[in-house]
Design a protein around this ligand. Structure first.
Ligand code: ADP
Length: 175
């Protein structure tokens, strides 16, 4: 992989609701009406107007994405994507996770976003194996960025040190 693409990807540990890129991504569920984990944290930090806008969207399919404003968040937009639930790997989970990252970045480009922060989609209550998820995420992000110079910087905002290590390794080993 082109070193200049690698240098546009950063892995940090932190709380995604405190970050101020153009867009943060929400690991949502298909209802888009809020849930636990990072979804709950984003809705709490954004305030009730986020849920009001989400109610107008009619849900979202796994692997696809929808965009809203960020309301009280420091980020301008929230891009909501339902990741796949891990069922053992034979239900198209890997392709669907790849599609989450590509769909979110496509919406970011379409809305003029230059900087995007992602949480580790599907590796919480959806139980996607972290090693596989990190490789898929980094390869999807790098592939998209190599074709889309308008996306200047993408960060993986990892909530814990173990998650951060997996994404760092995936970025180091990117071919
Ligand atoms: P999923 O249902 O897609 O598995 P979860 O919210 O359960 O989503 O978990 C996805 C990841 O988000 C996990 O690594 C979890 O630790 C992390 N996470 C939870 N809260 C936050 C937060 N405030 N900022 C960043 N990541 C978070």
């Amino acid at each position: 992989m082109d070193q200049t693409v690698k240098s546009r990807i950063e892995i940090i540990q932190g709380d995604i609701t405190k970050q101020s890129p153009d867009a943060i991504v929400n690991a949502a569920n298909c209802s888009l009406l809020g849930g636990g984990g990072v979804d709950g944290a984003i809705h709490r930090a954004a305030g009730p107007e986020l849920l009001e806008e989400c109610r107008t969207l009619g849900g979202c399919k796994t692997g696809q994405a929808k965009i809203t404003k960020g309301y009280k968040l420091p980020a301008k937009f929230v891009i909501h994507t339902p990741g796949p639930v891990w069922h053992g790997g034979k239900q198209n989970e890997e392709a669907l996770l790849n599609s989450c990252y590509v769909s979110c970045l496509t919406l970011a480009s379409e809305n003029g976003c230059k900087t995007v922060d992602f949480p580790s989609i599907s590796t919480g209550v959806y139980h996607f194996p972290l090693d596989k998820a990190a490789k898929i995420a980094i390869s999807a992000i790098a592939g998209y960025m190599s074709r889309h110079p308008e996306i200047e910087r993408v960060r993986m905002v990892c909530f814990d040190a173990r998650t951060k290590e997996y994404y760092e390794n995936a970025l180091e080993n990117l071919k």
